[in-house]
Design a binder for this molecule. Structure first.
Ligand code: CTP
Length: 409
Protein backbone atom coordinates (compact mmCIF):
# COMPACT_ATOMS: atom_id res chain seq x y z
CA UNK A 1 0.00 0.00 0.00
CA UNK A 2 1.04 3.60 -0.55
CA UNK A 3 0.45 6.46 1.86
CA UNK A 4 0.15 10.12 0.82
CA UNK A 5 -0.37 13.36 2.65
CA UNK A 6 -3.42 15.14 1.22
CA UNK A 7 -5.57 18.23 1.60
CA UNK A 8 -4.70 21.13 3.84
CA UNK A 9 -1.26 19.82 4.83
CA UNK A 10 -0.02 19.84 1.22
CA UNK A 11 -1.72 23.13 0.41
CA UNK A 12 -0.34 24.98 3.42
CA UNK A 13 3.17 23.60 3.03
CA UNK A 14 3.25 24.85 -0.57
CA UNK A 15 1.97 28.24 0.62
CA UNK A 16 4.76 28.33 3.20
CA UNK A 17 2.25 28.33 6.06
CA UNK A 18 2.46 26.28 9.25
CA UNK A 19 0.78 22.87 9.00
CA UNK A 20 -1.25 21.74 11.99
CA UNK A 21 -3.50 18.88 10.88
CA UNK A 22 -2.14 16.18 8.61
CA UNK A 23 -4.60 13.97 6.71
CA UNK A 24 -3.33 10.93 4.87
CA UNK A 25 -4.85 8.75 2.21
CA UNK A 26 -3.95 5.10 1.81
CA UNK A 27 -4.07 3.53 -1.65
CA UNK A 28 -4.08 -0.23 -2.24
CA UNK A 29 -5.13 -1.43 1.22
CA UNK A 30 -8.16 -3.10 2.74
CA UNK A 31 -9.79 -2.42 6.10
CA UNK A 32 -8.53 -5.81 7.32
CA UNK A 33 -4.94 -4.92 6.43
CA UNK A 34 -5.20 -1.63 8.28
CA UNK A 35 -6.60 -3.32 11.40
CA UNK A 36 -3.90 -5.99 11.21
CA UNK A 37 -1.28 -3.20 11.35
CA UNK A 38 -2.79 -1.84 14.54
CA UNK A 39 -4.71 1.12 13.08
CA UNK A 40 -7.79 2.04 15.10
CA UNK A 41 -11.02 2.57 13.11
CA UNK A 42 -12.91 5.82 13.66
CA UNK A 43 -16.20 7.17 12.44
CA UNK A 44 -19.03 4.99 11.26
CA UNK A 45 -19.37 6.92 7.98
CA UNK A 46 -16.08 6.41 6.17
CA UNK A 47 -13.13 4.00 6.31
CA UNK A 48 -10.92 6.28 8.39
CA UNK A 49 -8.29 5.06 10.87
CA UNK A 50 -6.02 6.52 13.51
CA UNK A 51 -2.33 5.64 13.48
CA UNK A 52 -1.55 3.43 16.49
CA UNK A 53 1.34 5.69 17.63
CA UNK A 54 0.88 9.21 16.22
CA UNK A 55 -2.95 9.28 16.34
CA UNK A 56 -2.99 10.97 12.89
CA UNK A 57 -5.78 10.25 10.42
CA UNK A 58 -5.40 7.74 7.62
CA UNK A 59 -8.32 7.28 5.21
CA UNK A 60 -8.64 4.57 2.60
CA UNK A 61 -8.86 6.03 -0.90
CA UNK A 62 -12.52 6.20 -1.80
CA UNK A 63 -15.03 7.39 -4.33
CA UNK A 64 -18.30 8.93 -3.26
CA UNK A 65 -21.68 9.28 -4.84
CA UNK A 66 -24.52 11.36 -3.55
CA UNK A 67 -27.64 9.34 -3.00
CA UNK A 68 -29.97 11.74 -1.24
CA UNK A 69 -30.39 15.17 0.33
CA UNK A 70 -28.06 16.46 3.00
CA UNK A 71 -24.88 15.02 4.38
CA UNK A 72 -26.35 11.64 5.30
CA UNK A 73 -27.17 10.97 1.67
CA UNK A 74 -23.80 9.58 0.58
CA UNK A 75 -22.67 6.21 -0.58
CA UNK A 76 -18.96 5.62 -0.77
CA UNK A 77 -16.85 2.95 -2.28
CA UNK A 78 -13.45 2.10 -0.84
CA UNK A 79 -11.34 -0.72 -2.17
CA UNK A 80 -7.69 -1.36 -2.97
CA UNK A 81 -8.48 -0.61 -6.63
CA UNK A 82 -9.51 3.01 -6.03
CA UNK A 83 -6.69 5.17 -7.38
CA UNK A 84 -5.23 8.33 -5.89
CA UNK A 85 -6.62 10.36 -8.81
CA UNK A 86 -10.11 8.96 -8.19
CA UNK A 87 -9.89 9.90 -4.54
CA UNK A 88 -8.66 13.42 -5.34
CA UNK A 89 -11.34 14.22 -7.92
CA UNK A 90 -14.18 14.02 -5.35
CA UNK A 91 -12.57 16.79 -3.27
CA UNK A 92 -13.75 20.38 -3.09
CA UNK A 93 -11.02 22.70 -4.41
CA UNK A 94 -8.05 22.10 -6.70
CA UNK A 95 -5.73 23.50 -4.03
CA UNK A 96 -7.11 20.86 -1.63
CA UNK A 97 -6.83 18.04 -4.17
CA UNK A 98 -3.06 17.53 -4.21
CA UNK A 99 -1.15 14.66 -2.63
CA UNK A 100 2.48 14.15 -1.73
CA UNK A 101 4.50 11.11 -0.72
CA UNK A 102 7.27 10.90 1.86
CA UNK A 103 9.81 12.27 -0.63
CA UNK A 104 7.56 15.31 -1.25
CA UNK A 105 6.75 14.12 -4.80
CA UNK A 106 3.57 15.93 -5.72
CA UNK A 107 0.57 14.28 -7.38
CA UNK A 108 -1.48 17.13 -8.79
CA UNK A 109 -3.83 15.90 -11.54
CA UNK A 110 -6.24 18.85 -11.21
CA UNK A 111 -3.64 21.64 -11.27
CA UNK A 112 -3.87 22.75 -7.69
CA UNK A 113 -0.36 24.16 -7.76
CA UNK A 114 -1.18 26.34 -10.75
CA UNK A 115 -4.24 27.68 -8.91
CA UNK A 116 -2.18 28.25 -5.76
CA UNK A 117 0.21 30.39 -7.75
CA UNK A 118 -2.65 32.22 -9.48
CA UNK A 119 -4.36 32.66 -6.08
CA UNK A 120 -7.60 31.05 -7.25
CA UNK A 121 -10.12 28.98 -5.32
CA UNK A 122 -11.50 26.68 -8.01
CA UNK A 123 -13.65 23.56 -7.69
CA UNK A 124 -12.17 20.28 -8.92
CA UNK A 125 -15.17 18.81 -10.72
CA UNK A 126 -18.98 18.91 -10.79
CA UNK A 127 -18.84 16.55 -7.79
CA UNK A 128 -18.29 19.76 -5.79
CA UNK A 129 -22.07 20.12 -5.75
CA UNK A 130 -22.52 16.86 -3.88
CA UNK A 131 -21.81 18.52 -0.54
CA UNK A 132 -23.50 21.92 -0.10
CA UNK A 133 -21.31 22.63 2.93
CA UNK A 134 -18.60 23.39 0.40
CA UNK A 135 -20.28 26.71 -0.36
CA UNK A 136 -19.42 27.73 3.21
CA UNK A 137 -15.98 26.13 3.01
CA UNK A 138 -15.02 28.13 -0.08
CA UNK A 139 -16.22 31.34 1.57
CA UNK A 140 -14.16 30.40 4.63
CA UNK A 141 -11.02 29.76 2.58
CA UNK A 142 -11.61 33.09 0.83
CA UNK A 143 -11.73 34.73 4.28
CA UNK A 144 -8.56 32.96 5.35
CA UNK A 145 -6.45 33.62 2.27
CA UNK A 146 -7.79 37.03 1.20
CA UNK A 147 -4.60 38.60 2.53
CA UNK A 148 -2.60 36.49 0.08
CA UNK A 149 -4.76 37.71 -2.78
CA UNK A 150 -6.99 34.65 -3.27
CA UNK A 151 -10.36 35.02 -4.96
CA UNK A 152 -13.06 32.55 -6.02
CA UNK A 153 -13.05 31.44 -9.68
CA UNK A 154 -16.04 32.66 -11.69
CA UNK A 155 -17.13 29.14 -12.61
CA UNK A 156 -16.97 28.10 -8.95
CA UNK A 157 -19.07 31.13 -8.00
CA UNK A 158 -21.60 30.01 -10.64
CA UNK A 159 -21.77 26.57 -9.10
CA UNK A 160 -22.12 28.04 -5.60
CA UNK A 161 -24.95 30.23 -6.90
CA UNK A 162 -26.74 27.21 -8.39
CA UNK A 163 -26.33 25.30 -5.15
CA UNK A 164 -27.71 28.23 -3.15
CA UNK A 165 -30.69 28.62 -5.47
CA UNK A 166 -31.46 24.90 -5.38
CA UNK A 167 -32.39 25.08 -1.69
CA UNK A 168 -29.75 22.44 -0.84
CA UNK A 169 -28.22 24.68 1.84
CA UNK A 170 -31.38 24.18 3.88
CA UNK A 171 -30.44 20.51 4.26
CA UNK A 172 -27.23 21.33 6.17
CA UNK A 173 -27.30 20.53 9.86
CA UNK A 174 -26.95 23.35 12.38
CA UNK A 175 -23.78 21.75 13.75
CA UNK A 176 -21.94 21.53 10.40
CA UNK A 177 -22.95 25.06 9.42
CA UNK A 178 -21.94 26.57 12.76
CA UNK A 179 -18.58 24.86 12.63
CA UNK A 180 -17.84 26.57 9.32
CA UNK A 181 -19.34 29.92 10.36
CA UNK A 182 -17.45 30.03 13.65
CA UNK A 183 -14.15 29.07 12.00
CA UNK A 184 -14.70 31.63 9.25
CA UNK A 185 -15.41 34.40 11.75
CA UNK A 186 -12.06 33.68 13.42
CA UNK A 187 -10.13 34.02 10.14
CA UNK A 188 -8.13 37.14 9.29
CA UNK A 189 -10.79 38.55 6.96
CA UNK A 190 -14.17 37.42 8.31
CA UNK A 191 -15.94 40.12 6.31
CA UNK A 192 -14.84 38.33 3.12
CA UNK A 193 -16.71 35.21 4.28
CA UNK A 194 -19.97 37.18 4.49
CA UNK A 195 -19.26 39.02 1.24
CA UNK A 196 -18.63 35.79 -0.71
CA UNK A 197 -21.77 34.19 0.73
CA UNK A 198 -23.72 37.24 -0.29
CA UNK A 199 -22.24 37.32 -3.80
CA UNK A 200 -23.34 33.73 -4.50
CA UNK A 201 -26.78 34.08 -2.95
CA UNK A 202 -25.99 31.83 0.02
CA UNK A 203 -26.34 34.57 2.63
CA UNK A 204 -29.99 35.01 1.68
CA UNK A 205 -30.50 31.29 2.34
CA UNK A 206 -28.47 31.00 5.53
CA UNK A 207 -28.94 34.36 7.22
CA UNK A 208 -31.59 36.37 5.38
CA UNK A 209 -31.58 38.74 8.37
CA UNK A 210 -27.98 39.77 7.59
CA UNK A 211 -28.55 39.82 3.83
CA UNK A 212 -31.46 42.23 4.35
CA UNK A 213 -29.09 44.88 5.74
CA UNK A 214 -27.54 45.53 2.34
CA UNK A 215 -29.22 48.47 0.66
CA UNK A 216 -30.60 49.83 3.93
CA UNK A 217 -29.34 53.41 4.50
CA UNK A 218 -28.28 54.99 7.79
CA UNK A 219 -27.84 58.73 8.49
CA UNK A 220 -24.67 59.92 6.77
CA UNK A 221 -23.70 62.17 9.69
CA UNK A 222 -23.08 59.16 11.94
CA UNK A 223 -22.42 56.62 9.22
CA UNK A 224 -20.44 58.03 6.29
CA UNK A 225 -20.58 54.56 4.68
CA UNK A 226 -24.42 54.88 4.72
CA UNK A 227 -25.22 51.23 3.83
CA UNK A 228 -25.96 49.05 6.87
CA UNK A 229 -24.63 45.91 5.18
CA UNK A 230 -21.31 47.59 4.38
CA UNK A 231 -21.17 48.91 7.93
CA UNK A 232 -21.65 45.38 9.29
CA UNK A 233 -18.78 44.13 7.12
CA UNK A 234 -16.54 46.92 8.42
CA UNK A 235 -17.44 46.14 12.03
CA UNK A 236 -16.47 42.51 11.42
CA UNK A 237 -13.24 43.65 9.81
CA UNK A 238 -12.43 45.77 12.86
CA UNK A 239 -13.19 42.84 15.15
CA UNK A 240 -10.54 40.83 13.38
CA UNK A 241 -7.99 43.67 13.22
CA UNK A 242 -8.45 44.04 16.97
CA UNK A 243 -8.14 40.26 17.52
CA UNK A 244 -11.52 39.91 19.21
CA UNK A 245 -12.78 36.50 20.37
CA UNK A 246 -15.62 34.62 18.67
CA UNK A 247 -18.28 35.92 21.06
CA UNK A 248 -17.50 39.53 20.09
CA UNK A 249 -17.28 38.74 16.36
CA UNK A 250 -20.64 36.99 16.42
CA UNK A 251 -22.21 39.93 18.27
CA UNK A 252 -20.66 42.32 15.71
CA UNK A 253 -22.29 40.42 12.85
CA UNK A 254 -25.76 40.53 14.41
CA UNK A 255 -25.83 43.83 16.31
CA UNK A 256 -27.84 45.85 13.78
CA UNK A 257 -30.31 43.24 12.49
CA UNK A 258 -33.23 45.40 13.60
CA UNK A 259 -32.29 47.96 10.93
CA UNK A 260 -33.43 45.49 8.30
CA UNK A 261 -36.96 45.74 9.66
CA UNK A 262 -37.30 49.55 9.57
CA UNK A 263 -40.14 50.62 7.24
CA UNK A 264 -38.68 52.46 4.22
CA UNK A 265 -40.58 55.64 5.00
CA UNK A 266 -38.57 55.95 8.24
CA UNK A 267 -35.18 55.61 6.52
CA UNK A 268 -32.44 56.58 7.21
CA UNK A 269 -33.49 56.64 10.86
CA UNK A 270 -33.88 53.38 12.76
CA UNK A 271 -35.86 54.12 15.88
CA UNK A 272 -35.78 51.28 18.44
CA UNK A 273 -33.81 48.95 16.14
CA UNK A 274 -32.10 47.65 19.29
CA UNK A 275 -35.40 46.09 20.37
CA UNK A 276 -36.90 45.13 17.03
CA UNK A 277 -33.71 43.24 16.22
CA UNK A 278 -33.83 40.97 19.25
CA UNK A 279 -36.23 38.42 17.79
CA UNK A 280 -34.07 38.20 14.65
CA UNK A 281 -30.90 37.69 16.69
CA UNK A 282 -32.70 34.97 18.62
CA UNK A 283 -33.82 33.28 15.41
CA UNK A 284 -30.29 33.23 13.95
CA UNK A 285 -28.87 32.00 17.26
CA UNK A 286 -31.34 29.13 17.33
CA UNK A 287 -31.00 28.26 13.66
CA UNK A 288 -27.33 27.39 14.10
CA UNK A 289 -27.57 26.15 17.69
CA UNK A 290 -24.97 28.74 18.57
CA UNK A 291 -23.06 28.22 21.87
CA UNK A 292 -24.64 29.93 24.84
CA UNK A 293 -21.91 32.54 25.42
CA UNK A 294 -22.16 33.73 21.81
CA UNK A 295 -25.97 33.77 21.93
CA UNK A 296 -26.04 35.80 25.12
CA UNK A 297 -23.51 38.39 24.07
CA UNK A 298 -25.18 38.89 20.67
CA UNK A 299 -28.52 39.60 22.36
CA UNK A 300 -27.01 41.94 24.94
CA UNK A 301 -24.97 43.84 22.35
CA UNK A 302 -28.04 44.04 20.10
CA UNK A 303 -30.09 45.54 22.89
CA UNK A 304 -27.52 47.84 24.49
CA UNK A 305 -24.95 48.94 21.89
CA UNK A 306 -26.45 52.41 21.57
CA UNK A 307 -26.29 52.70 25.36
CA UNK A 308 -22.59 51.98 25.02
CA UNK A 309 -22.15 54.76 22.48
CA UNK A 310 -24.07 57.23 24.65
CA UNK A 311 -22.35 56.10 27.85
CA UNK A 312 -21.12 59.58 28.82
CA UNK A 313 -24.60 61.06 28.48
CA UNK A 314 -26.44 58.32 30.38
CA UNK A 315 -28.05 59.21 33.70
CA UNK A 316 -26.47 57.43 36.66
CA UNK A 317 -29.65 55.40 37.09
CA UNK A 318 -29.56 54.20 33.46
CA UNK A 319 -25.89 53.40 33.81
CA UNK A 320 -26.72 51.30 36.87
CA UNK A 321 -29.47 49.46 34.98
CA UNK A 322 -26.98 48.71 32.21
CA UNK A 323 -24.44 47.32 34.66
CA UNK A 324 -27.11 45.25 36.41
CA UNK A 325 -28.35 43.84 33.09
CA UNK A 326 -24.85 42.57 32.44
CA UNK A 327 -24.50 41.18 35.96
CA UNK A 328 -21.05 42.75 36.03
CA UNK A 329 -20.44 41.49 39.57
CA UNK A 330 -20.45 37.84 38.55
CA UNK A 331 -19.69 38.21 34.82
CA UNK A 332 -16.93 40.84 34.46
CA UNK A 333 -15.59 39.30 31.25
CA UNK A 334 -18.93 39.54 29.48
CA UNK A 335 -19.09 43.29 30.15
CA UNK A 336 -15.58 43.69 28.72
CA UNK A 337 -16.75 41.87 25.59
CA UNK A 338 -19.76 44.17 25.35
CA UNK A 339 -17.46 47.21 25.52
CA UNK A 340 -15.25 45.69 22.83
CA UNK A 341 -18.23 45.05 20.53
CA UNK A 342 -19.42 48.64 20.97
CA UNK A 343 -15.95 49.92 20.15
CA UNK A 344 -15.78 47.75 17.00
CA UNK A 345 -19.20 49.12 15.99
CA UNK A 346 -17.95 52.69 16.39
CA UNK A 347 -14.73 51.96 14.48
CA UNK A 348 -16.56 50.12 11.71
CA UNK A 349 -17.55 53.40 10.11
CA UNK A 350 -15.97 54.80 7.00
CA UNK A 351 -13.17 57.22 7.84
CA UNK A 352 -13.71 56.86 11.60
CA UNK A 353 -11.69 53.68 12.12
CA UNK A 354 -8.96 55.48 14.08
CA UNK A 355 -11.18 57.71 16.16
CA UNK A 356 -10.75 57.14 19.89
CA UNK A 357 -13.61 55.62 21.86
CA UNK A 358 -13.58 57.25 25.31
CA UNK A 359 -16.83 55.43 26.14
CA UNK A 360 -14.79 52.25 26.70
CA UNK A 361 -12.78 53.55 29.65
CA UNK A 362 -15.75 55.43 30.97
CA UNK A 363 -17.80 52.22 31.08
CA UNK A 364 -14.92 50.34 32.70
CA UNK A 365 -14.63 53.05 35.33
CA UNK A 366 -18.37 52.91 36.01
CA UNK A 367 -18.25 49.14 36.45
CA UNK A 368 -15.33 49.53 38.83
CA UNK A 369 -17.16 52.17 40.89
CA UNK A 370 -20.25 49.96 41.18
CA UNK A 371 -18.20 46.91 42.11
CA UNK A 372 -16.31 48.78 44.82
CA UNK A 373 -19.45 49.33 46.86
CA UNK A 374 -18.87 47.06 49.84
CA UNK A 375 -21.58 44.78 51.21
CA UNK A 376 -20.08 44.43 54.70
CA UNK A 377 -21.11 47.84 56.10
CA UNK A 378 -24.69 47.21 54.93
CA UNK A 379 -24.73 43.84 56.64
CA UNK A 380 -23.44 45.50 59.77
CA UNK A 381 -26.30 47.97 59.57
CA UNK A 382 -28.65 44.97 59.71
CA UNK A 383 -29.84 44.78 56.08
CA UNK A 384 -30.81 41.32 54.81
CA UNK A 385 -32.71 39.65 51.97
CA UNK A 386 -34.44 41.92 49.45
CA UNK A 387 -33.74 44.99 51.59
CA UNK A 388 -30.06 44.31 51.37
CA UNK A 389 -30.43 44.19 47.59
CA UNK A 390 -32.21 47.54 47.58
CA UNK A 391 -29.65 49.14 49.91
CA UNK A 392 -26.84 47.86 47.72
CA UNK A 393 -28.50 49.36 44.66
CA UNK A 394 -28.88 52.73 46.43
CA UNK A 395 -25.20 52.74 47.37
CA UNK A 396 -24.16 51.79 43.87
CA UNK A 397 -26.31 54.55 42.43
CA UNK A 398 -24.63 57.03 44.78
CA UNK A 399 -21.23 55.76 43.72
CA UNK A 400 -22.17 56.11 40.05
CA UNK A 401 -23.44 59.65 40.54
CA UNK A 402 -20.13 60.58 42.16
CA UNK A 403 -18.23 58.78 39.40
CA UNK A 404 -20.17 60.53 36.66
CA UNK A 405 -19.66 63.93 38.22
CA UNK A 406 -15.93 63.41 38.67
CA UNK A 407 -15.43 61.91 35.21
CA UNK A 408 -17.40 64.50 33.26
CA UNK A 409 -16.39 67.55 35.32
N1 CTP B 1 -12.87 17.90 1.86
C1 CTP B 1 -13.77 18.09 0.84
N2 CTP B 1 -15.05 18.46 1.10
C2 CTP B 1 -15.45 18.69 2.37
C3 CTP B 1 -14.55 18.52 3.43
C4 CTP B 1 -13.24 18.14 3.15
O1 CTP B 1 -13.42 17.89 -0.31
N3 CTP B 1 -16.71 19.04 2.62
C5 CTP B 1 -11.50 17.43 1.55
C6 CTP B 1 -10.56 18.51 1.04
O2 CTP B 1 -9.67 17.88 0.14
C7 CTP B 1 -9.81 18.92 2.28
C8 CTP B 1 -9.67 17.60 3.02
O3 CTP B 1 -10.89 16.91 2.71
O4 CTP B 1 -8.57 19.47 1.97
C9 CTP B 1 -9.51 17.74 4.51
O5 CTP B 1 -10.59 18.43 5.06
P1 CTP B 1 -10.46 19.39 6.31
O6 CTP B 1 -9.54 18.78 7.30
O7 CTP B 1 -11.83 19.75 6.72
O8 CTP B 1 -9.86 20.72 5.70
P2 CTP B 1 -8.42 21.19 5.29
O9 CTP B 1 -8.40 21.38 3.81
O10 CTP B 1 -7.37 20.35 5.89
O11 CTP B 1 -8.39 22.66 5.82
P3 CTP B 1 -8.31 23.29 7.27
O12 CTP B 1 -6.98 23.95 7.25
O13 CTP B 1 -9.43 24.23 7.25
O14 CTP B 1 -8.45 22.18 8.26
Amino acid sequence: MQVYKVGGAVRDRLLGLPVTDVDRVVVGATTEEMLAQGFRPVGADFPVFLHPKTGEEYALARTERKSGRGYGGFTFYASPEVTLEEDLIRRDLTINAMAEDDQLNLTDPYHGQRDLEARILRHVSPAFAEDPLRVLRVARFAARYAGLGFTVADETMDLMRQLSESGELQALTAERSWKEISRALMEDHPQVFIQVLRDCGALKELMPEVDALFGVPQPETHHPEIDTGLHTLSVLEQSSLHKQPLTVRWACLLHDLGKGLTPEEEWPRHIAHEYTGLKLIKAVNERFKVPKDCQELALLVGQYHTHGHRALELKASTLLELLQSFDIYRRPQRFEEFIAACEMDARGRKGLEQRSYPQADYLRGAAKAAREVAVQPLLEQGFKGPELGEALKRERLKALKAYKEAATA
